[in-house]
Design a protein around this ligand. Structure first.
Ligand SMILES: Nc1ncnc2c1ncn2[C@@H]1O[C@H](COP(=O)(O)OP(=O)(O)OP(=O)(O)O)[C@@H](O)[C@H]1O
Ligand SMILES: Cc1ncc(CO)c(N)n1
Length: 274
């Protein structure tokens, strides 16, 4: 059979809730064939990141080459890239294959505070990767790092989106997962002209490990299937909402989201899982 394909370029999370593992599970659930290029291996569980083992930049370039020269892909998503050399190598490889449906999740810091991107790599992220992004999906702290702005108000969020668009990303999704004082989780999409709001009730749970990875890979999967950016973000928002509502209670810290919730609920006519 013919399938649509999606590629994640990211780090491994041994605990299975974020990184490459979250991405592949999301691709599978949304019906696209998933491929992965590893940039780093992390020792990680629900309590946090215990160790980071970066791979050399050639490893990313070589893996992308193997995929590009044979299989190809319909969409790409980047996650944890760790350092400037990997970012430059990934950007060069994506450009050389002319891949256009590129979702950049500018992963910087894991929930427990471990850095997944070196400080000096932020310039490379802005200069080399943002211009290739069809969609960039920063949370508020990441948007603050990328723009140098303090972002609190709605107008500041919109202004930061304009700045990121000017840096070369054709669409920007400002994620609202970190606005803990509001009752709703509001993500704002900017397409260079208009702002679109995606709003859902905020779920009170500690099990939000991997929300950002899952959300951005759902966008990539939907783009791979040929949907518009607006429709891809809309489905990704529903996917992550179900995944957090039915989140998984494992380990002693922040449990992961539930990647099969969206699909199973659709089969069950929208009911939450037991
Ligand atoms: N408690 C919540 N209830 C509902 N939606 C949420 C909640 N937390 C996050 N989201 C949604 O999950 C998606 C990811 O947003 P978030 O801001 O958490 O990303 P992130 O900080 O990059 O994730 P991560 O912590 O995995 O790096 C967004 O669509 C956001 O609105
Ligand atoms: C490997 C990896 N990528 C991304 C994140 C961000 O959630 C994480 N915790 N681990």
């Amino acid at each position: 059979m013919k399938v649509k394909k999606a590629l994640t370029i990211a780090g491994s999370d041994s605990g299975g809730g974020a990184g490459i593992q979250a991405d592949i599970k999301t691709f599978q659930e949304l019906g696209v064939y998933g491929m992965s290029v590893l940039t780093a291996v992390t020792s990680q569980n629900t309590l946090g990141v215990q160790a980071v083992y970066p791979l050399p930049p050639e490893a990313a370039a070589r893996q992308i080459q193997s995929i590009g020269e044979d299989i190809g892909t319909d969409a790409v998503k980047t996650g944890m890239l760790f350092d400037a050399a990997v970012i430059k190598s990934v950007a060069r490889s994506i450009s050389s294959f002319g891949w256009e449906k590129v979702v950049v999740d500018p992963v910087m810091i894991a929930k427990g505070g471990t850095s997944l991107l070196q400080k000096e790599a932020i310039a490379a992220l802005k200069e080399d990767l943002l211009p290739l992004a069809m969609v960039v999906t920063p949370n508020i702290p990441e948007a603050e790092e990328l723009t140098g702005m303090a972002i609190k108000t709605e107008e500041e969020k919109k202004e930061a989106a304009r700045v990121l668009h000017r840096l070369g990303a054709s669409h920007v999704v400002m994620k609202g997962g970190h606005d803990e004082d509001v009752e709703k989780a509001v993500d704002i999409l900017f397409d260079g002209e208009n702002f679109f709001y995606f709003t859902s009730p905020r779920i009170q749970t500690k099990n939000t490990h991997g929300t950002g990875c899952t959300f951005s890979s759902a966008i990539a999967a939907e783009l791979a299937k040929g949907h518009s950016v607006y429709n891809a973000v809309s489905t990704a928002k529903q996917f992550i909402q179900a995944a957090i509502e039915d989140s998984i209670q494992i380990g002693n810290g922040h449990g992961p989201t539930n990647h099969w919730a969206f699909g199973r609920r659709n089969q069950l006519g929208g009911k939450a899982l037991e």
